[in-house]
Write a protein of this length. Structure first.
Length: 144
């Protein structure tokens, strides 16, 4: 009945492809900051360049890391060439962000996504993204 009430009185926006659920997703166990980043990116309301911005009336949607296409959730997680090295290490088995993708039900993949987001600062507010590179100096990913 709760899901029916949500659908009737608070329907999911047309741009949001993930249906309401009574079961928490595994990424909710990652902590408030990371769970919030993931929720924002899934809702297309994050700091990714292609998402609408409340602080910039004329944003440039191009990915600031690679410049090859718009920085959408799909691009930032699955296809950005600038993030390929970290993606290959952490998310090599993730091929989809769709509502039925294993990423949303597998706790191991959820932790890997959290580590990927942290290591690449994906979806972080601009003032939290380090200027020196995309990997903190203490991260094993920053070492060659």
């Amino acid at each position: 009945m709760l899901l029916q009430d949500w659908a009737t009185y608070a329907p999911t926006p047309s741009y949001y492809e993930y249906p309401p659920s009574l079961t928490p997703h595994p990424f909710m166990g990652l902590g408030k900051f990371l769970a919030g980043r993931i929720h924002q990116m899934r809702a297309a309301k994050s700091y990714l360049a292609a998402h609408p911005s409340w602080f910039d009336d004329n944003p440039n949607p191009s990915c600031p890391r690679c410049g090859t296409e718009s920085e959408t959730f799909h691009h930032a997680i699955l296809t950005c060439p600038a993030r390929a090295r970290v993606r290959d290490l952490l998310l090599k088995d993730v091929t989809s962000l769709g509502q039925d993708a294993p990423l949303w039900s597998d706790p191991h993949l959820a932790r890997a996504l959290g580590e990927y987001i942290t290591d690449t600062s994906t979806g972080f507010p601009p003032d939290m993204t380090p200027d020196y590179c995309f990997f903190p100096p203490t991260s094993p990913l920053s070492q060659d």
